[in-house]
Structure formats: structure tokens, C-alpha cells
Design a protein around this ligand. Structure first.
Ligand code: ZN
Length: 309
């Protein structure tokens, strides 16, 4: 009998430890009466975070909610919907995507009936790369996502390098599509009455910018333009909320990085030789340094090489 109890106990402990880890709760930051940031943990999608690692912005309008960025899967989308339900009983009527990367768009699928807004290029990129993103997230979190499928935008407002102003649910929104920076098809969302700017991954905090799909030179210029907005609160794609001073710092780092890679190229160094010459002390302390610095140098180097042909 004792032995049986022991076996049952061991099995239940094993079962318990094998259960999927819980998705971390968002850090909810109230910006004003109608705007909240839901900050996800830093890092890449993993077994540990179950794919939840993105920042989202919740804008509570007259009849419904506008959500900016929906997470890396239907599971993350549902998780965000639960968090939103704690803030307001109003339904999500609009989902805005800042760019096509899976961690920002694959939660769209749970907001059925909502209008999905992005830039035109982002919509096309979701169509083109969405399935690959689902497979990538599945491999990172270690389980299948049978209910996740890419849902591209149903509406686009601004073409590349332009701004469009719309009032949605009584909230004035400026959709700004800068020249492709973190990705082709980036879009930022500015709320002039709230002085809030939602940056997507053009703006990141305490984690290094990821340039795998980037146009690095454009990005430096976009960061300069960001500082021209009358924004008191800036919601980055990942990490804690930012102020304009943080944007200036990021711009300085990005500009220095780009100039360093360019100098290496001009000296005839290879990309790996160039990497050794860069001063990246400030980024070394940040999340994602080891996993991204090589790819970042490579991307910037190729861009500079292509431009000089
Ligand atoms: Zn992201």
C-alpha cells in the first residue's frame, strides 16, 4: 500500500512538472484613462514564456477597444483578450499590427470580427511569411498551434513614407508608415490627444534592436523623425515604456553602429573582422545581445555593400 501511494505520488509529481508552464502575466501600465500598455516579458518565444514576449497597447474607445499588436499565437491572443477584459467590458473592434513579425500579428486570429489594420506592405508580408512564422513559433515553444493561422490586415490607411489620420471609436489616431526600418512595412501609431506613440520594434528598450529584416540606414533616420513627435509616452515593441531621451539614446547607438560597420567596409574588412572593431559596450548588457549581434552586423554590412555597387 505504501509502495502504491509512493508510485501515485511520483506519477502525479511527474505529471505536474510536465504540465505546460504558465504564460506570464502582462505588466499592465495605465498611461491615461483610456490607454494602457500591456508589457510582455523580454526574450524570444520559448517553452518558458509560451510565446508571450511582446508589448501590446490597449486603447479603450467609445464602443470598443483598439489593440495594437496581438501576440505570437492564438494562445497569446486569448491571453491578451483576458487581460483586456479586466480593464473594460468593451469588445476589441480593431487590431493594429506594427509590422509582420509573428510575435506581433499571429494573435489576430482570436479577434474575429475585428477590423485588422496595418501598412500595405505589412499585409503582403503576412500573406507571404505568415505560415513560416507559425512554424517558427511552434518550434520555439515546443508545441503545435493548430488554431493559429496568419490573418492579414483588412484595411490599410497610409502608403509608404506617409501619414494618415483617422478617428476610430472616438479616438484620433495617426498612422505613420516611415521608410522601412525594422522591417519593410513598419507602421507606428500616434495618438495626438494622448501624446502617446506606439513604436513597434523600431523602438525597443533594454533589449538590442533586431536587424535581421531591417533597413538599417532608414532606421537611423526614422529614429530622428520619432523625436519630432509631441509624445510624452512611447510604447516600444519590447521592454519598458520609453521617453524621448531613450529614443535619442537608441538613435545615437544605431547611428554609431551603422557608421562603425560602414568604416569597416570602407577599410576592406570582412563582416566578422568589422564586428571586432565595433564599440558595442552599451548593447552588451542588454537582452538578446549574443543571439543578435552577429546577424545585425551581417545585415548592416550587406546593406552598405549593396548600396556601394
Ligand atoms: Zn517583436
Amino acid at each position: 500500500m505504501k509502495r502504491l501511494i509512493f508510485i501515485v505520488l511520483m506519477l502525479s509529481i511527474a505529471g505536474w512538472s510536465m504540465a505546460a508552464p504558465q504564460m506570464p502575466q502582462p505588466k499592465v501600465v495605465k498611461i491615461n484613462e483610456r490607454v494602457y500598455a500591456l508589457l510582455g516579458p523580454l526574450g524570444v518565444p520559448s517553452k518558458h514564456n509560451q510565446g508571450y514576449m511582446v508589448n501590446s497597447t490597449v486603447i479603450i474607445g467609445e464602443q470598443g477597444v483598439i489593440l495594437v499588436d496581438s501576440g505570437a499565437s492564438d494562445e497569446v491572443g486569448s491571453h491578451l483578450r483576458k487581460a483586456i477584459a479586466k480593464l473594460t467590458p468593451k469588445p476589441v473592434t480593431h487590431v493594429i499590427n506594427t509590422h509582420h513579425h509573428g510575435d506581433h500579428v499571429l494573435g489576430n486570429v482570436v479577434f474575429q470580427g475585428a477590423e485588422v489594420v496595418s501598412s500595405e506592405i505589412c499585409r503582403d508580408m503576412v500573406n507571404k511569411t505568415g505560415d513560416e512564422w507559425v512554424a517558427l513559433v511552434e518550434s520555439l515553444i515546443g508545441h503545435k498551434l493548430p488554431n493559429t493561422r496568419p490573418v492579414p490586415a483588412t484595411v490599410t490607411f497610409a502608403g509608404e513614407n506617409s501619414k494618415a489620420e483617422r478617428t476610430i471609436q472616438g479616438v484620433k489616431l495617426v498612422f505613420w508608415v516611415p521608410p522601412g526600418s525594422h522591417t519593410v512595412g513598419d507602421m507606428m501609431v500616434y495618438l495626438p490627444d494622448d501624446k502617446v506613440l506606439v513604436g513597434g520594434d523600431i523602438l525597443v528598450n533594454r533589449t538590442i534592436p533586431v536587424m535581421r529584416d531591417a533597413l538599417v540606414k532608414n532606421w537611423v533616420g526614422t529614429l530622428e523623425q520619432v523625436q519630432g513627435f509631441d509624445a510624452e509616452t512611447i510604447v516600444p515593441g519590447h521592454g519598458p515604456l520609453m521617453k524621448k531621451g531613450d529614443v535619442a539614446k537608441l538613435q545615437r547607438q544605431m547611428a554609431g553602429f551603422h557608421a562603425g560597420v560602414e568604416a569597416g567596409y570602407k577599410k576592406g574588412l570582412s563582416d566578422s573582422e568589422t564586428r571586432k572593431t565595433l564599440d558595442v559596450a552599451e548593447w552588451k548588457k542588454l537582452e538578446g545581445f549574443e543571439t543578435n549581434i552577429g546577424g545585425n552586423v551581417n545585415r548592416a554590412y550587406l546593406e552598405i555593400e549593396q548600396a556601394s555597387f
